[in-house]
Design a protein. Structure first.
Length: 677
């Protein structure tokens, strides 16, 4: 029995008892943000992410069975007792207590989101059927005021007697109250369903964006990726807005049409004709509206991209004196965007105006033909009044649908875009299927005729590269910018897949590895490391969430960052704001970049010009670290510095994607200097 004031303290023990097998890193990844105290709800969400369903119930402690163990005796929201053995539950506790038990969920095959909206709708089909049934009942009850008006005109006024009016009025009031209650009930269920769609699909879209292969995101602009998220907004707003209610109001049109047919007979031909007119109007207008809506969306995206580029490169524009040229380019782009938006909005307004005219014309036609039928004594005055009330209820949803047609088109387009995004195979597919093992890596790396192009019209970034690196060797890569140095490192990380050839680690094609586990097993140090909002400690733990304070201090010492961090006001708790580095200097950022990589105990270290501006003292520490890693870990560093090249056991020279020279550093440098001479 383990009692704790923090649920996170018993997480690892509980998972071990439940038979969970995986890396400790996975536990830290599934927990809430660092330093946050978990409560009962957080813990249930954590267990769900780890593949276990939490079952909460109230029971007597003595009634707890062996099959229920391990279980959590929940004192309150902040404390609990982990019960692991049945002998621990022998207690005279005579009050019911809250118990959490856990059941392993089925290990799903990789998540397929190709029709996520449809899948979520199917999950809530019983509730949707209930909403549909409520709508039909509402439709029937809403006929009561219409029948009340008919009875008043046909029976009460014509007879000159008020007998029965109070009874009819009481019935109408009861039906009105029932209708309001049913509408509130339906709207509450619809709001719950909309909120569920909002939460589930937004989380799925965000998760998919995070786990997309880098090739799908690095080549897209920031604005294009933001546009993907905005596509979802249309889907979310539909299920949480009035258009969703309109969808369930449409079946009521059929009820009102049948009621009109029963009450007024041939007069129902008027709304039938108008329904056909509405359908024809949409068929005629929709191709042009769709075309200009697509053009407007494309120009809007380009305009956002242009604005984002301007903001990020404003200093360069001013230094180059390009303000006038840039303003003219923006003016031209805005003209095109405004023209496309105008055409789209104009057509939408035309459709709305015509649909409104049809509704008014339909009401006038119903009244005109109805008067003729009253004069011919085919229907009564009460039937005409009821028909006018029904015609508005039939035509109003159709007119609103036409007025909202542009938004409905956008919804369909956005749904397709979202589902297209979600149909892409994510990198965490193996994680979702339970495949979470990676063999121990020794560090042997080989390239077999590897070629890769970033685009069909671009030159190869690598072309026919053959390379064998033995474990424990230090390799330096030299070459001009764009020669393929960084591409070679990213292929080892599995960030890209070659179009030809294969990359192998320990003689295993890296495509057989879980790409996430592969990257977590390699220390990669980019030239410019990114930092996230949080403390210095949080950003260091980003590399290795399970690292101890001793690990952090050791990494800071190895990167010569320990003294600099000690001089900060809050030391390791100093908050870093990514867009404002006033709290830490550029030099300290470079050191923290190295420290973050040193905290991950790996067999392979990749340095992408990560030490180009460390300074003399820090260079000595860097060279010491490389010599410490030599023989134990494989080190590959892309560099322009000759002193770092001479640290290597082997120097590679890249030229336009080809590996042209490989050998001892002195030999390769001598050959290259001879060519220049």
């Amino acid at each position: 029995m383990i009692e704790t004031q923090n649920y996170s303290d018993i997480a690892e023990t509980l998972l071990k008892i439940l038979g969970w097998k995986g890396q400790a890193r996975r536990i830290y990844e599934a927990m809430p943000e660092i330093n946050k105290r978990m409560n009962a709800e957080d813990f249930k969400n954590f267990m769900c992410r780890m593949g276990f369903k939490s079952i909460s119930r109230s029971t007597y402690l003595k009634n707890l069975k062996e099959a229920d163990l391990p279980a959590l005796y929940v004192h309150d929201d902040q404390s609990c007792i982990l019960i692991t053995d049945h002998s621990q539950v022998q207690s005279s506790h005579d009050k019911k207590i809250k118990i959490l038990t856990f059941k392993k969920t089925q290990n799903a095959s990789p998540k397929i989101y190709s029709s996520i909206v449809r899948t979520e709708i199917e999950r809530f089909m019983p509730m949707l059927k209930e909403i549909f049934l409520l709508s039909m009942i509402i439709g029937l009850i809403s006929l009561a005021p219409i029948l009340y008006n008919r009875s008043i005109y046909d029976n009460v006024i014509s007879s000159g007697s008020s007998e029965g009016v109070h009874t009819l009025l009481a019935g109408v009031i009861i039906s009105f109250c029932a209708e309001m209650w049913l509408r509130n009930t339906r709207n509450a269920r619809l709001a719950f369903f909309g909120g569920r769609i909002d939460h589930y699909v937004s989380c799925s879209v965000f998760e998919r964006l995070l786990f997309l292969p880098p090739a799908f995101t690095e080549r897209a602009t920031t604005s294009a990726q933001i546009a993907r998220l905005r596509d979802f907004e249309s889907v979310r707003e539909f299920f949480t807005g009035p258009l969703a209610i309109l969808l369930f109001e449409f079946p009521l049109v059929l009820i009102y049409f049948l009621a009109l047919t029963i009450i007024a007979g041939w007069l129902s031909l008027v709304p039938a004709t108008l329904i056909a007119a509405y359908i024809g109007l949409i068929m005629i207008m929709s191709p042009r509206i769709r075309l200009f809506s697509r053009l407007a969306a494309n120009y809007t995206t380009k305009r956002h991209e242009f604005l984002l580029e301007t903001v990020t490169k404003l200093r360069d524009l001013r230094l180059a004196g390009m303000e006038d040229v840039w303003t003219e380019r923006f003016r031209n782009l805005s003209d095109q965007s405004s023209h496309a938006s105008f055409r789209s909005a104009y057509l939408a307004q035309v459709l709305e105006a015509i649909s409104y005219g049809l509704m008014i014309g339909g009401a006038c036609a119903t009244l005109s033909f109805g008067i003729i039928m009253v004069i011919d004594q085919i229907i009564s005055v009460g039937a005409l009044i009821a028909s006018m009330m029904l015609i508005w209820r039939i035509l109003a949803p159709l007119q609103i649908a036409c007025a909202s047609f542009t938004r409905l088109q956008q919804l369909v387009s956005s749904t397709k875009q979202v589902e297209k995004l979600l149909s892409i195979q994510p990198e965490n597919a193996r994680q979702n299927s339970g495949i979470r093992t990676l063999p121990s890596i020794k560090g042997a790396i080989s390239f077999h005729r590897v070629s890769i192009k970033y685009g069909p019209d671009m030159e190869p970034a690598l072309l026919g590269v053959n390379l064998d690196i033995k474990p424990g060797k230090v390799i330096a890569i030299k070459g001009s910018n764009g020669s393929g140095k960084s591409t070679l490192l990213k292929l080892i990380l599995g960030l890209y897949q070659p179009q030809a050839g294969s990359v192998r680690i320990d003689n295993i094609d890296i495509r057989q590895f879980d790409p996430l586990l592969l990257r977590q097993s390699i220390s990669y140090i980019p030239q410019h490391g990114d930092f996230f909002p949080g403390s210095v400690r949080d950003n260091l733990l980003f590399s290795n969430p399970s690292a101890t304070e001793e690990d952090i201090h050791a990494a800071l010492l190895e990167s010569c960052a320990f003294e600099d961090v000690s001089l900060l006001k809050d030391k390791l708790d100093t908050y870093i704001q990514p867009d404002n580095y006033s709290t830490i200097s550029f030099s300290l950022r470079q050191k923290l970049n190295l420290a973050r990589a040193y905290m991950r105990k790996s067999s392979i270290y990749l340095f992408d010009e990560a030490s180009y501006s460390l300074g003399k003292d820090n260079d000595i520490a860097f060279e010491k670290k490389i010599n410490q890693l030599r023989g134990r870990c494989t080190v590959i560093m892309a560099t322009h510095r000759e002193d770092h090249m001479r640290l290597a056991d082997q120097l590679l020279f890249m030229n336009k994607g080809e590996l042209t020279h490989a050998g001892p550093p002195d030999q390769v440098l001598h050959v290259l200097k001879g060519k220049k001479a």
